[in-house]
Design a protein around this ligand. Structure first.
Ligand SMILES: *Cc1c(COP(=O)(O)O)cnc(C)c1O
Length: 384
């Protein structure tokens, strides 16, 4: 049986040509050619002043925190439901993560919960754009400014999403992106940090190259810092991808539209929201099963797997996973974050790769409906 993969890129002759050119020519004085072009094209697409190409989004979050001066005794607020990469760098700088609840309407950081989690120790918030969805960003920025809290926008999953025509990644003090093979545009592994702030930009460039000002060849490093650089071959791949940005985002939106055509009339599942005035780039088309049906995400995943369909579980709350089990903040989060614990338990990411056909999506939605119908026959809906 043919399996339908959960994610995957779109690679054309343009990508192959640029990478071939990079490996042949980007050495000696030309080493930075594709990085510079990729950074300029990326910054222009997002609508930011500066962009810095990096080995991953995790390193972009680490550098954001380090450049903002976040350290020991500081608290950083992060939504409870996200990939662990959003929160792990808080540990790298010895600060404390505080897990805020998510919002039922957006699946992203709840502005109310964010505000309630603020203490005198709060130094930054990491606002995550989940599966292409974005939080109520203007409210979050307003609360952060009022409390003098820096904003890092984790737009790893939202390349091409927008609120009021403004692109994801351009709302905070820094915005960070991932080009992992599963993400909307890819460099195999890779990341980007964008900012409008000249001082932050300079500090990031200094910290990511072992404490050297760009161009410095004295070999007398001024601080002990990090080494976070993207290779020219990856940058060449990234340039080709960002030049195709609207085609690729359009493809993501088309895949979502197919799911929506098949499932919007079907009772029992809901898909990613796209509130009025926003554009969702739908990194992962995601199905939430009605709570009344009482089907857990892992059961659903297994049944879809048996039908040849690969899925991922909706991220578990960070406060529920072994990595944070012993963390004192996890205890508080478990009691506080009702929406996180509700939504995260009944969602699955449906296949969203860029090579999907209409027939693939029809197969997925038919399997999903028959699993739910069968479950209902055996175990009728609980009364509302
Ligand atoms: C993928 C992802 C990251 C991490 O990206 P890497 O490039 O793998 O470091 C961070 N945050 C979110 C929300 C992600 O989905």
């Amino acid at each position: 049986m043919k399996r339908i993969p959960v994610a995957g890129p779109s690679i054309t002759q343009r990508e192959i040509d640029y990478v071939t050119d990079a490996v042949e020519t980007c050495w000696y004085g030309e080493a930075n050619k594709y990085n510079a072009k990729f950074e300029r094209a990326f910054a222009d697409y997002v609508g930011a002043k500066h962009a810095v190409s990096l080995p991953s989004c995790t390193s972009a979050i680490h550098l954001s925190l380090a450049a903002l001066g976040v350290g020991e005794r500081d608290e950083v607020i992060v939504p409870d439901v996200t990939w662990i990469a959003s929160a792990a760098p808080i540990h790298y700088v010895n600060a404390t993560p505080v897990f805020a609840d998510i919002d039922e309407a957006t699946w992203c950081l709840s502005p109310e919960s964010f505000e309630n989690c603020i203490t005198p120790k709060t130094k930054a918030v990491i606002a995550v754009d989940l599966y292409g969805n974005m939080p109520k960003m203007h409210e979050i920025i307003r609360i952060a400014r009022r409390n003098q809290i820096a904003v890092i926008e984790d737009a790893a999953e939202a390349f091409g999403s927008e609120i009021g025509g403004q692109r994801a990644g351009s709302f905070g003090d820094t915005g960070v992106f991932s080009f992992h093979g599963s993400k909307t545009i890819t460099t195999g592994e890779g990341g980007m940090l964008v900012t409008d702030n000249d001082d932050l930009f300079e500090r990031v460039c200094f910290l990511r190259d072992h404490g050297r000002v760009p161009g410095d060849v004295s070999f007398r490093n001024r601080e002990v810092a990090f080494k976070y650089k993207m290779s020219s071959m990856q940058a060449a791949l990234g340039l080709a991808q960002v030049e195709r940005a609207e085609e690729i985002v359009g493809r993501k939106r088309e895949v979502f539209q197919w799911y929506s055509d098949d499932l919007s009339e079907y009772e029992g599942v809901s898909l990613n929201p796209e509130p009025v005035g926003t554009r969702n780039s739908y990194w992962m088309s995601t199905a939430l099963v009605d709570s009344a049906l009482g089907i857990g995400k892992e059961v659903l995943q297994q049944l879809l797997y048996d039908a040849g369909v690969d899925t991922r579980p909706f991220f578990h709350p960070l406060s529920a996973i072994p990595a944070f089990a012993e963390h004192p903040q996890a205890e508080l989060a478990k009691v506080r974050n009702h929406c996180a614990y509700d939504i995260a338990m009944r969602g699955v990411n449906l296949p969203s790769g860029l090579n999907l056909s209409r027939e693939d999506v029809s197969h997925v939605t038919a399997a999903l409906k028959s699993i739910i119908d069968e479950h209902q026959r055996r175990q009728p809906r609980r009364a509302a």
